[in-house]
Design a protein around this ligand. Sequence first.
Ligand code: PGA
Length: 258
Amino acid sequence: MKPLLMGTNLKMYKTAGQTQAYLSALQTLTQDLRAQTTLFVIPSYPALERAANTVKDKAILLGAQNMHPEEQGQFTGEVSPLMLQEFGLDIVEIGHSERRHVFGETDEQENKKVVSALNHGFTALLCVGETAEQKAAGIADEVLAMQLKIGLRGVLPEQAARIWVAYEPVWAIGVNGVPAPADYVKERHASIRRILGELFLLTEIPVLYGGSVNPQNAEELIVQPNVDGLFTGRAAWDAENFNALIRQVLPLWQRKQA
Ligand code: PGA
């Protein structure tokens, strides 16, 4: 049975000390779930070292929220793959909607980051999702196809096993987000699965859903076909709440696999 994949991006929340407290609580609370789950947390850069020292035996996988594709250079304010490698991270998150829409990153930039992350041994977690305007124009699937086809260009077939995709509709994310209806999620995940199949002839790439996941909607989301896990923001930033959410969806995930 495939483990349930559940993770959170801490965005620009939690200092190193708060991240340490959060991770050590989450690690203890979820101790009995190791075999049945793959959990991951993506802290801010300054918290990575403490995070890495807090988590034991990869009980919780750790990732970075962004990465510059080059190993070094005159790129003030950026962080390179070599710097992230020293923390022993597993994951680099690439193309979160805030990177794309607040900081103006393009599909071509995300692609460079994906290729570099894979070449440096990380799992590349590529986030995709349409804006409200694109949804209203009926081009969500076209947008997703473009983000995936450009974002994953040049990825070698043997690297595809280290790609994770998160579908996060921009209009569903954050405090002003409107949770996406389960049927809508099901359709988009089917289309993402189809595109990934075309690109890699591989059905194993996990596709997570994210955007205002909470205890009210998590169950109907996890049971959808092609939803391989949940990528949660606010509802996971308290260790007790995240632990409860994981336990809430785990039986449904296991029933879906059976
Ligand atoms: P949210 O964040 O769950 O707070 O909407 C999701 C995300 O941005 O990954």
